[in-house]
Design a protein around this ligand. Sequence first.
Ligand code: 5AD
Ligand code: SF4
Length: 472
Amino acid sequence: MKKNLYINTIGCQMNMYDSEQIATGLKALQYKMTPSIEKADLIIVNTCAIREKAEQKVFSFLGRLAGLKRKKPSLIIGVGGCVAQQEGAKILERVPYLDLVFGTNAIGRLPDIVKVIESKRCRIVDVEMSERIEELDFVKQGHDREKITAFVTIMQGCDNYCTYCVVPYVRGRETSRDPENIVQEIRCLVESGVREVTLLGQNVNSYGKKEGLCTFPELLRRISDTDGLLRLRFTTSHPKDLSEDLIFAFQGFEKLCNHMHLPIQSGSNRVLKSMNRKYTREIYLEKVDKLRQACPGISITSDIIVGFPGETKVDFEETLDLIKTVEFDGLFAFKYSDRPNAAAAQFANKISEQEKKERLQQVLDLQDHYTTKKNKGLEGSMQSVLVEGVSRKQNRMDKTSRHPDVQWTGRTTTNKIVNFNWSNGDIARNDMVPGQIVNVRILKAFSHSLWGEPVSPEPVPFDLRGDESYVA
Ligand code: 5AD
Ligand code: SF4
């Protein structure tokens, strides 16, 4: 009998990947994803505790499920991911109608756990951590979906213990997957139509080091050899571990996209030390210079935390100054907030909420200026765009994706969103399908996307870094 599965993913890309694994694994028990929560037989909230206080979101979502459970007592409700790992059995105590709590390492065991709950109607908590990454059988079965882009986790956990961060506590020690399994998973994805893969890890630059597997640049080389794969991305890189080899990989591997997400967190050396980041602003700036020399036009994005305990106005000015010096393509900025277990939660000199809010706004305003400047600089340029599908707006208006005036969406190798349509009604042009790379001339820059016109209806050879990508 077919059953319906509804997953609510609260959090980061790694959680999105985990949710896909959950859905694939549960297929063995006849569960099929549904967009309708009312129709669900199993509801899973997959949570992240890293970027925001996901706890509140989780509990408010669970609160909304009380009525559903009353109407349909057979409904199974589970919480997974970082918040589950952190809170464990406490969540069961707090939510009497919750059936299941499973941690970040329990995804492989989930189908068995759900089977037990179905037959015995018991409540289960599984937050056991494992030393090694369990390879999931269902990863190798391939993915029957129509997506052009996919995430692939290459490592889990982290050993860096930045003082603000909860990851080492909820995702455990850093562990890398075997390169062969990664390559095989990517092959399956490409067979199912995926053309771009983003490799995920908390610190991809230290991939394989502990286990003595291959280096990260070597892994990139092996993945690049996959026929049919057009683009390769990765995130996140810790600046202290960004090696010369990786910098030069941008010159060597055609499929590797011109984008590096390199979180700086603060522009003040004093704050960086207190965060236990193990690099200085000078080292960071040197690496940015090297990246730009090796790969002109590379887009660089970053993360910044404002209002870290003890951050003075002078420290904060140094962060603003760093943003002006680097001119990032994009920035994710966060107000510092305490995380359970993380060392900084015990630090003195906490910054007031009001001050954090003001500092955050200043960072966002400053960055807006550079994002717009960078995007404007692309007006008139030609960009290679990997078409991902019809743009969301259009999707709602018109589901016939072959319609002459369909608006398409894709991204440049520098990870900027480009929307365009085949406007002249040329039927030949409607042969274009998601998964192709097309040349698009950029006509207009907006703050978070670009608008352009396709120049050739034919897929063009994949040109990663022609000088014309950026106009002066
Ligand atoms: N408070 C605010 N921001 C945080 N981040 C991680 N932990 C915290 C915290 N306790 C931010 C960092 C990291 C991004 C994923 O989330 O900038 O790079
Ligand atoms: Fe957290 Fe630091 Fe590890 Fe990144 S490197 S996951 S910020 S501890």
